[in-house]
Design a protein around this ligand. Structure first.
Ligand SMILES: NC(=O)c1ccc[n+]([C@@H]2O[C@H](COP(=O)([O-])OP(=O)(O)OC[C@H]3O[C@@H](n4cnc5c(N)ncnc54)[C@H](OP(=O)(O)O)[C@@H]3O)[C@@H](O)[C@H]2O)c1
Length: 249
């Protein structure tokens, strides 16, 4: 059995990744505030175990308790692999930094950066002595490398996530049973996050027209297709720990 801890599998890209991982030898452990009925139905039909843990990843101090619950589903002595996919993310707040609500900035950093860091820490601690494939896939963004006007929270959280992945790799590479880690930008995906981008005012986000054009010219990738590519990468020999990549390259 392989175990996949996936944040934000209730919709969008996370749901696409989870759908691609449905298999009777896989157990999906999904963390989000709501759940995906299509995912649960599809998993049931294919005899794949799936649990949804209802949790707000902004509640940082409860993450260790959450992990205890999630990890108790894992039979670490008998597994072929344990995987953490840090996918949940938010875009807001959007706008010049001085116009952003401080509480929204804090919430953003908690969900996009602090939660993946704390989940990673708990994951590494819990499975340190386990000799199996252990991999963490951090969902990054092209925004980690390009300073978009109005997206200082988003660009910063994704850039920090990339650097966090690189640091964890340097800490893990000489371990007896290392955890591998990659950060991957998935391309532009047709999800609610893109709907949010197109709904912002041009004053808040000066690149809005470009993103409307992506949608109108069919440039957005369906979440199931991006999810499939990411799931394949996660389980393949080309998973290259310590690398930060863009799926489009
Ligand atoms: N869409 C794109 O073009 C694109 C491009 C590059 C990178 N990405 C990245 O891909 C990832 C997924 O984005 P998406 O486009 O699929 O967005 P989405 O459709 O808005 O889905 C976001 C997911 O994150 C979860 N989430 C958000 N806030 C949460 C919280 N406080 N606690 C727990 N879960 C939370 C949501 O679950 P609940 O609402 O049920 O809690 C949902 O499952 C993000 O990291 C994003 O930055 C997206």
């Amino acid at each position: 059995m392989r175990y996949f801890i996936i944040t934000g599998a209730s919709k969008g890209l996370g749901e696409g990744i989870a759908m691609a991982l449905i298999n009777e030898n896989h157990h999906l452990l999904c963390i989000s505030r709501s759940e995906s009925v299509p995912l649960t139905r599809m998993a049931d039909a294919k005899n794949c175990r799936v649990n949804f843990f209802h949790f707000d990843l902004a509640v940082s101090h409860d993450i260790p308790v959450l992990c205890n619950k999630v990890f108790s589903e894992i039979d670490a002595q008998k597994t072929e692999g344990i995987y953490l996919i840090n996918n949940a993310g938010v875009l807001n707040p959007v706008g010049r930094i001085e116009s952003c609500d401080p509480a929204q900035v804090e919430n953003h950093i908690r969900v996009n950066l602090l939660a993946p860091m704390l989940l990673t820490a708990e994951f590494i601690k819990a499975f340190k002595g386990i000799d199996t494939q252990k991999r963490i896939l951090n969902i990054s963004s092209g925004a980690a490398k390009f300073p978009y006007y109005g997206w200082s929270s988003y660009c910063s959280s994704k850039a920090a996530m990339d650097m966090h992945s690189l640091c964890v790799e340097t800490e893990q590479k000489d371990e007896k049973y290392p955890t591998e880690v990659m950060a991957v930008a998935p391309g532009i995906i047709d999800t609610d996050m893109q709907t949010t981008i197109r709904a912002t005012s041009e004053e808040q986000f000066i690149h809005k027209k470009k993103f409307i054009e992506y949608k109108e010219t069919g440039k957005l990738i369906p979440p199931n297709l991006a999810g499939l590519k990411l799931a394949e990468l996660l389980l393949s020999d080309t998973f290259d720990s310590g690398k930060v990549i863009d799926l489009r390259d």
